[in-house]
Design a protein around this ligand. Structure first.
Ligand code: GDG
Length: 454
C-alpha cells in the first residue's frame, strides 16, 4: 500500500489516550497515517535557526517538524498567510496588506519546505498538502523532481475572481495550483469561483471535474469536511460533558442559553453578532430577560494588529451591552476568552436552546456541525447559521441569516425561541443525518480516493 504524506503549516502530535481532545481533523489524519504508514510534515510552531527535521513517533503516527526563523514567522505566517491571503480569501479587501517582504517570505518558506521534505518522499507515496499557507508547495516539489500524485485541499473559501485580482501576484499564485493532480474545495460555491477565475484569466477549458490550462490537466472537486461525528456523540456521555451540561443548566436559572463558539477572528462576525443580539434585546424586552448569550472566543493570531483591534472592539461592545441591559440578577452576555475542552463544549452545546453561528465568510464551519451532533433528539435546539458559511450548503434546515443584518439576527433569535418542538425535531433530524454520514472519515476517504483516480 502506498504511504500517505501529509504536509500542513502546523502538525499535531497524537497524545495517546487523550487523542479525542485534539479535534476531528487531527484524529482522522492520525488514523489514515497509521493505516498507510505515513508521515505528517510541518512547522513545529517554534522559532529557531536550525533547519533540521525532527522525527517523532507517537501512538504509531510519525510526525516530522522544523522550526522557522523569526523573520520567516513574521513574513510567511503573520505576513503573507494571515495579513494577505486570509483577509483576501475571506472577502476583506480592506484588511489585506500587500508587502513584497511578505510575499518573499512566503516563497522562501515554501521553498525550504520543498527542499527539506522532497528527499523523504518515496516513489509510491501519495502527497497531500493542506491550506493557504502552502499553495505553491506542489510546484516547488515538482521542481525538485517529485513526480508522485500530489493533492491540495483548501480549508478556507476561494474568493470571487474580481477580488482575487487585487492580489498583485494572483496569476502566478494560481498557476502553481496546476502542479497538483487534484485540488479540493469545501463547497461548490468556492469551486465555481475557482473555475470562473481560471476560465477568465487563464483560458482554461473545463470537462466535468477536469480543468486544463496549457499542457496541464488537474481534477478540481468540492469535498466538504466533516467532524468526527461518532466520537463527538460518544463524548457527550463523558464525565466532563455531563458535568458541564449540569453546570450550564444550573447556572442558567431557567433562562434559555444561546451559544457561540469561535476563534476570535474578524471573519467569524462576532461584532455583527453582538450588534444583532443587542437589537434583539432592545426590540424584545419581554423576552430578553429570559435568555442569555454565552460567547466563547479564545484569542488567536495576536501578533497581527487586526486581531488585537477586533479584540478591543469586542471588549468594549460586550461591556456596553451588559452595562445597558443587565439587571441585578441577570447578565445578558457572558463573554469568555478562554478555550474549553472538546467534551466540555459538547455539554455546553447540548444545554443551548440556540446555536448562533454567524461568520461573515467561512470555508466550512465545524462548530455548526458540532452543535447539531450534540443535540438531544427528543428536544433539539435550533441552529441559526450564516448563509455565508460553507456549512449552509449541507445544513440548509437551519434558520439561515444574513450575518451583516442586525434585524435578521434579532428576528432569527425570536423565531428560534418560539419554534415548536415538532418543527425543531423536523429541522434537526436531516441535519443530524447529514453530519453523521458526511463526517471526517467520509471526507478523508473521498479526497484520497479522488486523488488516487486523478
Ligand atoms: C478552518 C476554516 C473550516 C473553538 N473554540 C474552542 C474549540 N474550538 C474548535 C471548535 C471547532 C474548531 O475549533 C474551529 O473550527 P471552525 O471550522 O469553526 O473554524 P476555523 O478554526 O476557522 O477552521 C473553517 C475548518 O478550517 C476545517 O476545514 O471549517 O471554515 O476557517 O472544532 O470546536 N475547541 C476547543 N476549545 C475551544 O474553546 N477544544
Amino acid at each position: 500500500m502506498s504511504r500517505l504524506i501529509v504536509i500542513s503549516n502546523r502538525v499535531q502530535v497524537p497524545k495517546g489516550d487523550d487523542e479525542g481532545a485534539q479535534g476531528g481533523l487531527a484524529v482522522a489524519l492520525f488514523a489514515a497515517l497509521r493505516r498507510q504508514n505515513g508521515i505528517w510534515f510541518g512547522w513545529s510552531g517554534e522559532t529557531g535557526e536550525s533547519r533540521e527535521l525532527r522525527f517523532e513517533t507517537n501512538a504509531d503516527v510519525t510526525t516530522a517538524v522544523i522550526d522557522l526563523s523569526e523573520q520567516d514567522v513574521e513574513e510567511y505566517y503573520n505576513g503573507y498567510a494571515n495579513r494577505t491571503l486570509w483577509p483576501l480569501f475571506h472577502y476583506r479587501l480592506d484588511m489585506a496588506e500587500h508587502e513584497r517582504d511578505y510575499q518573499g517570505g512566503y516563497q522562501r518558506v515554501n521553498r525550504s519546505f520543498s527542499e527539506i521534505i522532497a528527499p523523504h518522499i518515496e516513489p509510491d507515496d501519495l502527497v497531500w498538502v493542506h491550506d493557504y499557507h502552502l499553495i505553491p508547495l506542489g510546484s516547488l516539489l515538482r521542481e525538485r523532481g517529485v513526480t508522485n500524485r500530489i493533492g491540495f485541499f483548501l480549508h478556507i473559501p476561494w474568493p470571487p475572481k474580481r477580488l482575487l485580482t487585487a492580489l498583485p501576484e494572483h496569476q502566478a499564485l494560481v498557476e502553481t495550483l496546476f502542479a497538483y493532480d487534484m485540488v479540493g474545495f469545501q463547497t461548490e460555491e468556492w469551486l465555481d469561483s475557482f473555475r470562473d477565475y481560471v476560465t477568465n484569466n487563464m483560458e482554461a477549458t473545463i470537462d466535468g471535474d477536469r480543468i486544463t490550462v496549457g499542457e496541464r490537466t488537474i481534477r478540481a472537486i468540492a469535498c466538504p469536511i466533516g467532524i468526527d461525528a461518532q466520537d463527538f456523540v460518544a463524548s457527550l456521555s463523558s464525565e466532563d460533558a455531563t458535568s458541564t451540561h449540569a453546570r450550564m443548566v444550573e447556572s442558567s436559572n431557567g433562562r434559555d442559553l444561546i451559544v457561540g463558539v469561535d476563534r476570535l477572528d474578524y471573519s467569524k462576525g462576532l461584532q455583527e453578532r453582538f450588534t444583532g443580539y443587542e437589537r434583539f434585546l432592545s426590540t424584545h424586552p419581554e423576552r430578553a430577560a429570559r435568555v442569555y448569550l454565552l460567547q466563547i472566543a479564545p484569542p488567536t493570531r495576536e501578533a497581527v494588529q487586526s486581531y488585537r483591534d477586533i479584540r478591543a472592539v469586542l471588549n468594549a461592545q460586550s461591556g456596553l451591552i451588559n452595562g445597558t441591559h443587565a439587571d441585578i440578577d441577570w447578565v445578558p452576555l457572558r463573554y469568555v476568552n478562554r478555550g474549553h475542552s472538546r467534551s466540555m463544549l459538547g455539554g455546553i452545546y447540548r444545554a443551548a436552546r440556540i446555536g448562533l453561528v454567524t461568520p461573515l465568510r467561512d470555508g466550512m464551519n465545524l462548530v455548526a456541525k458540532e452543535y447539531i451532533a450534540a443535540q438531544d433528539p427528543d428536544d433539539p435546539g435550533v441552529l441559526i447559521l450564516s448563509q455565508f458559511a460553507g456549512a449552509a450548503a449541507q445544513l440548509d434546515q437551519a434558520i439561515l441569516v444574513n450575518p451583516y443584518s442586525a434585524d435578521d439576527i434579532a428576528e432569527a433569535i425570536e423565531r428560534a425561541l418560539s419554534m415548536p418542538r415538532e418543527e425543531r425535531i423536523a429541522r434537526w433530524r436531516p441535519m443530524f443525518e447529514s453530519v453523521m454520514a458526511e463526517d471526517v472519515t467520509w471526507w478523508l476517504a473521498r479526497f484520497i480516493d479522488a486523488l488516487k483516480e486523478a
